[in-house]
Design a protein around this ligand. Structure first.
Ligand SMILES: Cc1ncc(COP(=O)(O)O)c(C=O)c1O
Length: 400
């Protein structure tokens, strides 16, 4: 039998697959499963964006275009980066790819050599370590505490730096914790990266999903030296409810953008041309539908927090998320207790029992490098949110 390459065999299989397969089985059997596992907005793509795609088809804009992106779209992205983030990039420093995930892969592939270390704050988005490993890099985890709002400090990052450190992956707002880094926190982290000449892959895909009047800062905007070390990742998936369209982008120093553009020209070529016209309409068009969506997420976050605050006696803990649409629910205080005679020791077991016993699907924290809790997504209706949290509280109350 032919063996797969060492490169791909280093990649871990998705730990969430078994849970989603089981959730689907239960649904097919007629059970009402509350699904807290979703990683995408439950809103439709705004109409003006869909219309731009239909128009592109009707006008025959269905051919190959430049591998790194339509010139008009790259110009619109440069204008967005200036307008929203105070960043000056020439369109030649921007590469449009098939989703932010693809941009992240390209960025790591283009900069990380075998054995290079990449610092990843935990809890982390589960794709980062797998991308780093598949490019020959070595993930180095720095753990954030719930008591610090799930944010790592500059000191913690500096303590993990070695002569082999090549990159730091920063994600604000963060999946899975909803943590949002403030300007001063980012400035302190930027100082560490500048001191040690470390690249920062700054994943800002949840930039627009931010609450309580907080402001998003791109670390690249904090100093010219930091901008030289930054690869800014963003896209339309989460902000404009366009997850299925597949469009993300990155902005970075010219030599890196050039390398990524030529690599992409030999791998995927351009992103679907029709999608690029849709993204252009998203970036240049009416932002009211997005604002409505953000307001709905903020209401749900507040509703979830209110319900959780009313369950203080359950032993469940949480940190109020400032962005994205996730909450890490801490089960740590309940470990060691038993459910029907079975001792609870970890997040995989909690997720499994919640699904089997309470028909609630969610993601175990271990997938994000934090076994002390589970992640719920509030990209679902307020009534499902309420019912789901009540089922979880019910489960917690049955632990003896
Ligand atoms: C932190 C983070 N970055 C990137 C992505 C990928 O986004 P896209 O759908 O544009 O590839 C996700 C999607 O879940 C995410 O949570």
């Amino acid at each position: 039998m032919i063996k797969v390459s060492d490169r791909v065999s280093a990649i871990s299989p998705s730990m969430t697959l078994a849970i989603s397969a089981k959730a689907n089985e239960l649904k097919a059997a007629g059970e009402r499963v509350i699904n807290f596992g979703v990683g995408e907005p439950d809103f439709n793509t705004p109409e003006h964006i869909c219309n731009a795609a239909k128009k592109a088809i009707d006008e025959g804009r269905t051919k190959y275009v430049a591998a790194a992106g339509l010139p008009a779209l790259k110009k619109a992205i440069a204008a967005k980066l200036k307008r929203d983030n105070g960043l000056d990039y020439d369109p030649s420093q921007i590469v449009v790819s098939n989703g932010a995930k693809h941009s992240i892969f390209n960025a790591v592939f283009a900069t990380v050599n075998d054995g290079d270390e990449v610092i990843i704050p935990a809890p982390y988005w589960l794709t980062y370590p797998e991308v780093v490993k598949s490019c020959g890099g070595v993930p180095v985890y720095v753990y954030a505490d719930a008591k610090d709002g799930y944010k790592v400090t500059a000191e913690k990052i500096e303590a993990a730096v070695t002569p082999r450190t090549k990159m730091l992956i920063l994600n604000t707002p963060c999946n899975p914790t909803g943590a949002v880094y403030g300007r001063d926190e980012l400035a302190a982290i930027a100082a560490v990266c500048e001191r040690h000449n470390i690249l920062v892959l700054s994943d800002e895909i949840y930039e627009k999903l931010i609450y309580g009047g907080l402001k998003h800062y791109s670390i690249a905007s904090l100093s010219p030296a930091m901008k030289e070390l930054a690869i800014v990742i963003n896209g339309v998936s989460k902000s404009y409810a366009m997850t299925g369209w597949r469009l993300g982008y990155l902005a970075c120093p010219p030599q890196i953008a050039k390398a990524i553009a030529s690599f992409q020209s030999h791998s995927t070529s351009n992103v679907n041309t029709i999608t690029q016209y849709a993204a252009l309409a998203a970036l240049e068009g009416d932002e009211q539908p997005m604002r409505n969506m953000v307001a709905a997420f903020e209401n749900r976050r507040n509703a979830a927090a209110k319900i959780l605050d009313g369950m203080k006696d359950s032993g469940l803990t949480y940190v109020m998320p400032d962005g994205a649409f996730y909450i890490m629910l801490g089960f740590g205080k309940l470990y060691g207790k038993c459910y029907g005679g079975e001792k609870i020791t970890g997040s995989m077991q909690v997720a499994d029992l919640l699904l089997t016993e309470k028909k609630v699907a969610l993601t175990p924290g271990i997938c994000f490098g934090d076994d002390s809790g589970v992640r719920i997504s509030y990209a679902l209706s307020e009534s499902d949110l309420k019912e789901g949290l009540e089922r979880i509280a019910d489960f917690a109350a049955q632990l003896k």
